[in-house]
Design a protein around this ligand. Structure first.
Ligand SMILES: *Cc1c(COP(=O)(O)O)cnc(C)c1O
Length: 412
């Protein structure tokens, strides 16, 4: 019987015995793991036996979180990292070689965009296209395209990628299809439902949810044929091909690059995951109501939220996602200073980060997208006055009242 996401997460640790009947997998702080028989140590090293050898490649607490993420994503397996960027960067370094080509979205998370620039400086060609259209992705494909990387809902302007169309295309061409599921989380969307090969989550965001721990994950949906992937090195072409990709990602990504998730943070993220569905439902309700209300205010020029019927990909979002997410962005009417407006907010925090229990707001062009400059921002559809909101789980009336008084204060 398949249980719901929340029941599954709450009872995941107990699927194998835990010391003292503890309801949480304990925090294992040990860096080294000893074996009574040296042959067992060798067998674990050689991948013949399951077990831990050295903390850089993981620890039992992180393994329990990996199992939980796999259950949430209905994935074949998962490797966790110290941050979402570590997960994306390690996955790419582990799977790409100089001379390879990557297709991604022109509406990409800023740090991922910057990471792709780093990769292109060391010999990986990158094409950024309008991922809301699978045809644009198809036209960018080359014989050496190894990987297509897209996000579900883009930050901050909320474009929704043509996830199903790109999935169909990648399946036909045998190209590895990587979906960054951070904005939606496995509660709103399962990348495997659109034939994704790998699903990435920044666990820092909705899954952890409380702004008190960083983490990231790479889950293998089990749909990709790794025996056809040319960049798997000989030592990882062992055993069931379904495991080859994650084997290489764990060894190259964790063992060699070392951005390892600590047991303490794995524990905090696992506790956060227990209430993912409850928090996200509330945040999505708040975001939907706030987007509709903001849109009706004379001081607001434009609201971008996939839940609004006027959003260009509203129908796609309604078809693919359980709900429309907790992220929205809006522009104030010309003449209203976005800094004055933000400073007038009392409940809402002026802060980077998203997917938190608290509502966070940020002037996008002056902060997270400042480094790329005005021309690139214009190309990504980011207005200079754009404000991004990550809507939290506060009581809705308090949020609306806060925005109402701030608009009144700046004379809107
Ligand atoms: C935040 C974020 C990341 C990076 O996650 P960190 O845990 O902050 O490193 C990656 N992708 C998306 C879509 C994000 O929002």
């Amino acid at each position: 019987m398949t249980r719901g996401l929340t029941t599954t997460v709450l009872h995941a640790d107990r699927q194998s015995p835990i010391e003292h009947g503890s309801v949480h997998k304990p925090m294992h702080a040990a860096v080294a793991f000893g074996y009574a028989a040296s042959r067992d140590l060798a067998a674990v090293f050689q991948g013949e036996k399951a077990g831990h050898v050295y903390g850089r490649q993981g620890n039992p607490t992180t393994s329990a979180l990996e199992a939980k993420v796999s259950l949430m994503e209905r994935a074949h397996g998962t490797v966790c990292f110290s941050t979402g960027m570590a997960a994306i960067g390690s996955m790419m370094v582990a799977l790409l070689r100089a001379g390879d080509h990557v297709v991604s979205s022109q509406y990409l998370f800023g740090n991922t965009n910057s990471l792709l620039q780093t990769l292109s400086a060391i010999g990986v060609a990158v094409s950024l296209v309008d991922a809301t259209d699978a045809d644009a992705v198809e036209q960018a494909l080359q014989p050496n395209t190894r990987l297509v990387f897209v996000e579900t809902i883009a930050n901050p302007a909320t474009q929704v990628a043509d996830l199903a169309g790109i999935g169909e295309l990648c399946a036909q061409r045998g190209v590895l299809y990587v979906v960054d599921n951070t904005m939606t989380s496995p509660w709103l969307f399962l990348p495997r439902s659109v034939k994704a090969s790998l699903s990435i989550n920044s666990l820092t965001k909705w899954i952890g949810g409380h702004g008190n721990a960083l983490g990231g994950s790479v889950s293998d949906t089990g749909l990709f044929d790794w025996s056809a992937y040319p960049n798997i090195a000989a030592p990882y072409r062992k055993g069931n091909p379904a495991n080859w990709g994650l084997q290489q990602i764990r060894k190259k990504g964790l063992r060699d690059l070392g951005a390892t998730l600590s047991a303490e943070h794995a524990h905090r993220l696992a506790v956060g995951a227990e209430t993912l569905a409850l928090r996200m439902d509330r945040a999505c309700d708040n975001a939907m109501r706030l987007a509709s209300w903001l849109q009706a205010q004379p001081g607001v020029a434009r609201v971008a939220y996939p839940g609004l019927p006027g959003h260009p990909q509203h129908a796609r979002a309604a078809e693919l996602f359980r709900r429309f997410g907790g992220l929205l962005s809006f522009e104030l009417r010309q003449g209203i200073d976005c800094f004055d407006f933000l400073d007038a907010l009392q409940v809402v925090i002026k802060s980077s980060h998203l997917g938190d229990t608290r509502t966070l707001s940020i002037p996008v062009s002056h902060t997270i997208f400042f480094e790329m400059g005005p021309a690139q921002r214009a190309k990504m559809g980011i207005a200079e006055s754009l404000i991004r909101l990550s809507v939290g789980i506060e009581d809705y009336d308090d949020l609306q009242a806060d925005f109402a008084q701030a608009l009144a204060r700046v004379g809107a």
